[in-house]
Design a protein around this ligand. Structure first.
Ligand code: PAF
Length: 291
């Protein structure tokens, strides 16, 4: 694997690639990241991963300083999936001067759910992703980038940004990798204390229960009202188990808007998902499930 730190080195390393396939990460890689890399390796002619903990997407009280940085293990993990190039810019490589030009994520898509609890988060994500895309894909006729469904809203925001800026990049979605009990793999799971880890799969289990209950809904039941009641019920149950719930919300997959019953237009069974964010102790987890 070729390890590069500057944009100039990256472009040199990519000079013979026509269609790179890219997976941006913040490191502390787990099985979920590696499955995105494996997916990427089936797409282009050169697989690129980046590791960069992006200051712009952290709020002042968040965990930028303590975010796990596991360089050696990450390099070994990327070698194990035959990643061709690792782009690991230092902060001054990507932000040699304060980044005053920023991408403002679609205010409708980015202000709901995660955006309402982490204002500015998606602007920070879009700014760094556009910059990384520019580093990897400049001059290439076409490229691929893979983002995990674990961060579903991020995936939708990046899809929309790529489309609106007419970037010649196909955005692919990778499935969420889960632990043996269903907990979605996340770099932040490492913050959980042993006792919290035992409880952590409850988030997934409640999303699963909600999605299974939805399958039993009969055609004449009003979907929107059912969803509100189900969200409320899941929130109450999680709170009783000691979670601080930010949201449990059933949304349309296409635009993350709430499901609306329109006259004579039944909501297609496979068009929804439920998203959740909740804190267990000091650790905030997010998850979602399509149904
Ligand atoms: O999902 C992440 O790890 C980050 O938000 C990303 C896409 C690498 C941008 O910093």
């Amino acid at each position: 694997m070729h390890i590069v730190h500057t944009i100039a080195e990256l472009r040199q390393a990519l000079s013979t690639a026509a269609q790179p396939a890219f997976v941006p990460t913040m490191g502390n890689l787990h099985r979920g990241h590696l499955s995105l890399l494996k997916q990427a390796s089936t797409l282009g002619d050169c697989t690129v991963a980046s590791i960069f903990v992006n200051r712009l997407q952290f709020l002042p009280h968040e965990d930028f300083d303590s975010y796990p940085r596991t360089w050696r293990a990450d390099c070994d993990a990327l070698e194990s999936v035959h990643c061709d190039i690792l782009f690991a810019p230092r902060e001054h490589d990507l932000y040699p001067e304060p980044q005053r030009y920023k991408v403002m994520a679609d205010p409708v898509l980015a202000s709901k759910l995660e955006g309402s609890f982490r204002p500015g988060f998606f602007d920070g994500v879009c700014t760094v992703v556009l910059k990384l895309f520019n580093a990897v894909f400049a001059g290439k006729p076409k490229g691929f980038a893979v983002f995990g469904k674990k961060d579903y809203q991020q995936l939708k925001v990046i899809e929309a940004m790529t489309k609106q800026f007419a970037l010649p990049i196909d955005i692919l979605a990778g499935e969420t990798a889960r632990d043996h009990d269903g907990l979605a793999l996340s770099s932040r799971n490492g913050y959980l204390r042993a006792q919290e880890r035992l409880k952590a799969a409850a988030l997934y289990k409640h999303l699963l229960a909600l999605s299974q209950a939805y399958q039993t809904l009969s055609g004449d039941q009003p979907v929107a009202a059912w969803c509100l009641a189900a969200e409320h019920d899941a929130t109450r149950r999680l709170s009783e188990l000691g979670w601080q719930v930010d949201y449990v919300s059933v949304r349309r997959r296409v635009d993350l808007e709430p499901p609306i019953d329109s006259q004579g237009q039944p909501i297609a069974k496979d068009s929804l998902l439920v998203l959740a964010a909740a804190k267990l102790g000091q650790t905030r987890l997010i998850d979602n499930l399509e149904f």
